[in-house]
Design a protein around this ligand. Structure first.
Ligand code: GDP
Ligand code: IMO
Ligand code: MG
Length: 427
C-alpha cells in the first residue's frame, strides 16, 4: 500500500507524527516538496526530533529516505540537520538527495527577508527561508540544481547566464550587494562537499527497483492544502504543491503508484503568517487552544493563530488534495473543553448568503463569518486511550459527525505526540 501523507489545513497538522508511524511499514520514504520552511516534529519515547528537510522516516533503520526533485534545499540547514541526527546516533546511511532538487542560495534568503521586512502591504508572513525566491528562479529557469554542483563546466555556463540577471535585480530592485562568480563558485564547491555522501545520481534505478519489487512507498508532504500555490489561499500560500498531485511531480513516480492519500488535520485549525482564516478565534478560547496545544512554530517560534475546525476548507482539501482518508490529530487538546464547535458553512455578512463550498476569492473572506454547530465535550483524559471502542461516547459522536460532514473515513485518531498515542480505527 503506497501512501501520501498530505497536510489538510495550513500546515503543522502533525504530518511528521503520522509519517513516522507509517514509515515503519515502508521501504522508501520520499519528501516531495517544500524546503526548510517545514518544521516536522516526531516524538519517540518522549524524545523530540525536529526535521526541516529530512524525511520523518529516517528514525527507522534500513529505510531509504529520499529528498525528492520537487524540494528546495538550503545546504547549511541540511548539513546541520544531518549532523544533529548523527550526533544522536541515528543511522543516516539510507538518506538520499535527488540531483534534481533545487538549491536555495544566500541571495534567495536575502530577498525573502528583504521582501518580508519591507512590505507595508501584501505581507505574506513567510518563514524567510528563501522558499519563494528559490521556486521563482526554478520556474524562471535560472535556478541551480544539486547535480550542477558536480559539473564545473555546467555550473560555470549557468552562472554566466544567472548572475548578470540576478545581480541586476539584487542591486536595482532590492538595493542588495551583487554576487561575484568567484564567490558563488566557491560556495558551490562547499555545497558539493556537503551533499557528496547523499546525492543519488542513480535515482532512476532506485525508483525502478522499488517499483519492480512492489516496495511500500510513503510520500511525505510538507505544509498543507490551504498553503498550496495553485489551490490554497493565494497569495497567502507557499510556493509549492503540497497536494497529492505534488507527490508525483516531486518524486518522479506517476499517479498509479499511489494507493491512498491520508490527509492530516488537527481537531481545530492553526495558521502561521498572514492570510484569511474564517474560523480564527481572537479570544480566550483561541488562547486556550494555543496554550494546551503548544501552538508555537517549530521553524520560527511564532505563536500560531488558532480557530475551530472548518469543514468548508476541509471538504475542499478532500477534493483538491485528493484525500481518501483523514488522520485527525490533537483531539486530546479538547479534553478539558465543555463544548467544541465545528464550522459547517460560511455566511456572507453583506447579504446573508450561505457558502457550503469553499469560496476561492480570499480577498472577500473578510465578509464571511462561520456558521457553527456545537458539540458537548467528553471531559476525559484521552491521552492514554489505545482503542477506538474505549473512547468516551461524546468523542465518538464528535468523530462520527466529522466523518459524516467530510464524507471520508477518519482512519487514524491521534491523542498525543508519542507513537503509542495513536488509535487506528478498524474499517
Ligand atoms: P507537522 O509540520 O504537520 O509535522 O506538525 P508540527 O510538528 O509542526 O506540529 C505538530 C505538533 O503537535 C508537534 O509538536 C507534535 O509533536 C504534536 N502532536 C502531534 N500529534 C499530536 C496529538 O495528537 N496530540 C498532541 N497533544 N500533540 C500532537
Ligand atoms: P509544515 O511542513 C505552517 C507558511 C508561512 C507563510 C506561508 C509562506 O511544518 O507544516 P514560505 O516560507 O513557505 O514562503 O511561507 O506559508 N508556512 C507554513 N505554515 N507549517 C509549515 O510547514 C509552513 N511552511 C510555510 O508561515 O504563511
Ligand atoms: Mg510544522
Amino acid at each position: 500500500m503506497n501512501r501520501v501523507v498530505v497536510g489538510a489545513q495550513w500546515g503543522d497538522e502533525g504530518k511528521a507524527k503520522i509519517t513516522d508511524l507509517l514509515a515503519n511499514d515502508a521501504d522508501l520514504i520520499i519528501r516531495y516538496q517544500g524546503g526548510c520552511n517545514a518544521g516536522h516534529t516526531v516524538v519517540v519515547d518522549d524524545k523530540v526530533f525536529k526535521f526541516h528537510l529530512i524525511p520523518s522516516g529516517i528514525l527507522y533503520k534500513g529505510k531509504t529516505c529520499l529528498i525528492g526533485a520537487g524540494t528546495v534545499i538550503l545546504p547549511e540547514t541540511f548539513e546541520k540537520e544531518v549532523q544533529g541526527l548523527i550526533a544522536e546516533g541515528i543511522d543516516v546511511s539510507g538518506l538520499k538527495v535527488s540531483p534534481l532538487a533545487s538549491i536555495t542560495m544566500p541571495y534567495h534568503t536575502e530577498v525573502d527577508g528583504y521582501s518580508e521586512n519591507t512590505a507595508t502591504k501584501g505581507k505574506i508572513g513567510t518563514t524567510k527561508k528563501g522558499i519563494g525566491p528559490t521556486y521563482t528562479d526554478k520556474m524562471a529557469r535560472i535556478g541551480l540544481k544539486i547535480e550542477d554542483l558536480y559539473n564545473p563546466e555546467t555550473l560555470s555556463e549557468k552562472l554566466d547566464v544567472i548572475l548578470p540577471l540576478k545581480n541586476k535585480t539584487l542591486e536595482k530592485v532590492y538595493g542588495l550587494e551583487p554576487y561575484s562568480k568567484e564567490c558563488v563558485t566557491a560556495l558551490c564547491e562547499k555545497y558539493a562537499e556537503i551533499f557528496k555522501p547523499y546525492v543519488c545520481f542513480e535515482w532512476q534505478e532506485l525508483l525502478e527497483k522499488h517499483k519492480r519489487d512492489k516496495s511500500v512507498v510513503l510520500f511525505e508532504g510538507a505544509q498543507g492544502v490551504m498553503l498550496d500555490v495553485d489551490y490554497g489561499t493565494y497569495p497567502f500560500v507557499t510556493s509549492s504543491n503540497p497536494i497529492a498531485g505534488g507527490a508525483c511531480t516531486g518524486s518522479g513516480y506517476g499517479p498509479k503508484m499511489i494507493d491512498e492519500v491520508i490527509g492530516v488535520a488537527k481537531a481545530y485549525v492553526t495558521r502561521v503568517g498572514e492570510g484569511p482564516f474564517v474560523t480564527e478565534l481572537n479570544d480566550e478560547v483561541g488562547e486556550k487552544i494555543r496554550n494546551i496545544g503548544h501552538e508555537f512554530g517549530t521553524t520560527t517560534g511564532r505563536p500560531r493563530r488558532t480557530g475551530w475546525f472548518d469543514v468548508v476548507t476541509m471538504k475542499y482539501a478532500v477534493l483538491v488534495g485528493g484525500l481518501t482518508s483523514v488522520a485527525l490529530t490533537k483531539i486530546d487538546v479538547f479534553d478539558d473543553f465543555d463544548e467544541i464547535k465545528i464550522c459547517t458553512a460560511y455566511k456572507d455578512t453583506r447579504d446573508g448568503k450561505i457558502y457550503k463550498s469553499y469560496p476561492t476569492n480570499v480577498f472577500m473572506h473578510k465578509y464571511l463569518e462561520p456558521v457553527y454547530e456545537t458539540h458537548t465535550g467528553w471531559k476525559t483524559n484521552l491521552t492514554g486511550v489505545k482503542k477506538y471502542s474505549d473512547l468516551p461516547q461524546n468523542a465518538k459522536n464528535y468523530l462520527s459527525r466529522l466523518e459524516e460532514l467530510l464524507e471520508v473515513p477518519i482512519s487514524i485518531v491521534s491523542v498525543g505526540p508519542n507513537r503509542d498515542q495513536t488509535i487506528f480505527k478498524e474499517a
